[in-house]
Design a protein around this ligand. Sequence first.
Ligand code: KG4
Ligand code: ZN
Length: 384
Amino acid sequence: MSHILGIESSCDETAAAVVDASLHVRSNVVASQYDLHAEYGGVVPEIASRAHLERVLPVIRKAIEEAGIGMHEVTAVAAGVRPGLIGSLLVGTSAAKGFAWARMLPFYAVDHVAAHMFAGLLRTDAAVPAACGNAASGVASGYPALGLVVSGGHTSLFRIENPVACALLGRTIDDAVGEAMDKAASMLGLGHPGGPNLERCAQGGDAGALRFATPQLPNMLDFSLSGLKTKLLYEVRGVPQGRGAQATFARTSADLSESRRSDLAASFQKAAIAQVLDRLSRALDAAPADGAARPQSLFVGGGVVSNASLRAALAAWCASHGIALVVPERRFCVDNAAMIAGHAQLRRALGDAGDDLSVPAEPVSLLARGAAPSRRGDGPKRVQ
Ligand code: KG4
Ligand code: ZN
């Protein structure tokens, strides 16, 4: 039986997991560093990498133990090697390489963005996604597909031919959706964690209270969130007098009534979701216009996909367009190592025997490298 040990350390979660060839998650251990960074209002790279160093070995040990297997039953090791904070990535990547080298196991260098996108194929005892039950069917059915990753660091849209051939269709030209939701939450005076707090505050709010325009961009499959943020800022605090650091505002978020705060949160969330759906519809329409086969499924992933309104909107969009939605359980939307091991299993099912130990950790995703391509994308990229 193939048991791949996955290790993830790209940002502020130290995670390890074991996933078998049926894409069954045998263990999924995540050590969050949330408390360490809270007082700084963001992730401090130096603190993050030191914390990864302290936690990575206990987390790996726990993942193997919880999988109910022995160390000798691990058949391959996978690490998220890009994108992310380089000091953080190096810890998980080095630990994975060391494990693989010591036991002479195959090593898979996995792209974090690709891993997010295919996390919907993972299964647990409790929930078996209807779409695919194992790595072999996960690479064989449902393609071509659209892929969408919406997280704190990434907002990208892909055309997928199979789990290792993805062409970038569009991406954010400024903030990622999760990053914008975090900033919107901060503008509204909601504490950390921004995205989940914004979702909570939006409940019961009037999503029509503030209207946002859909950004018009040279590539209409790209995303832009900065205009939404500016509009929200002016709504909350008034139009500023002066510029830059000298700017002064008439109001603060403390002047908002609870119901107005809730209305603004709901409106912002709705606008972000509307932009996602707009881009998906354009990508779907573009396929036949470009002479390409119509996508059969939509693979989604990333932390923002844990948002219930986005999940409902994606499900409704897919149903109305006759497309299968492959969406992860909430715990596999945010950063985790099961998605890393899962993507390695998909590669293995495609006959990929792994990477050389010399593959480096890198801050940028291969999937997002270079200038944003035209609407057609720049051809499928091999995804490790
Ligand atoms: O995938 P992830 O854990 O890390 C990255 O790869 O970036 O995503 C984290 C992002 C954060 O911006 C967080 O606010 C957002 O996902 N997020 C949410 C929700 N839960 C997490 N955004 C909206 N609603 C949520 N429920
Ligand atoms: Zn992530």
